[in-house]
Design a protein around this ligand. Structure first.
Ligand code: HEC
Length: 178
């Protein structure tokens, strides 16, 4: 029994030393252009999924059909999100080709997040990706407006309608006062 415990202990020590040596060696490629291997990718995906799901319990989704709310959401989306996620007829900035993970395109996507999940992600962001948290600068109402536009309006718009909205609604200023 003692021998088994000792060998487990020694194996652990060797693994820890090997891990520390690996970190200090600089062998790990930190570049955005060096994707995770499939095991790491899977672990991250599972972690993100469960982390977000656990935090959705207390979110109460309000009604998201109000026209003024959707117009407000459009203003924020057009100001802050198009650069990474694109919009009807608008490509994301070329910068996104150098981001890992690359931001998903929402227009005409059939893989949209659930409403509460979208709200949570916009509010809190996703660590170690380029998805920012908007809670430091935007109220919950602002973020619900963005969610409303994104999920209830954007996919129904044509590129020319989106351009009309750009002219119709001037850029919204941040109203949170934070
Ligand atoms: C600098 C780039 C960047 C900006 C700006 C940005 N995002 Fe993101 N966003 C990302 C990336 C990258 C991901 C994917 C993260 C991942 O794969 O875990 C993401 C993911 C998301 C998701 C989750 C998508 C899904 O299918 O689960 C939502 C919702 C989202 N963004 C909404 C927004 C909104 C709304 C805005 C503007 C208020 C915004 N993002 C601004 C980069 C950005």
């Amino acid at each position: 029994m003692k021998k088994v415990i000792l060998s487990i202990f020694l194996t652990l020590v060797v693994l820890i030393i090997a891990f520390i040596a690996y970190i200090w060696s600089g062998s790990y490629n930190i570049s955005q252009l060096s994707p995770h291997n499939s095991i790491t990718r899977r672990i991250i995906d599972i972690t993100v999924h469960h982390s977000i799901n656990k935090r959705l319990k207390d979110i109460k989704v309000p009604s998201l059909n109000d026209t003024a709310m959707i117009a407000e959401g459009f203003g924020h989306y057009n100001e802050m999100c198009v650069i990474c996620h694109g919009a009807p007829g608008i490509e994301p900035s070329e910068m996104t080709k150098g981001l890992y993970p690359e931001p998903p395109r929402f227009y005409k996507s059939d893989d949209m997040p659930e409403t509460d999940e979208a709200f949570w992600i916009i509010k809190y962001g996703i660590k170690l990706t380029s998805m920012p948290a908007f809670a430091p600068t935007h109220t919950d109402n602002n973020i619900w407006a963005i969610t409303a536009f994104m999920l209830n309006k954007m996919n129904k718009m044509s590129p020319s309608e989106y351009q009309e909205w750009i002219k119709r609604y001037p850029e919204m200023e941040d109203e949170s006062g934070k």
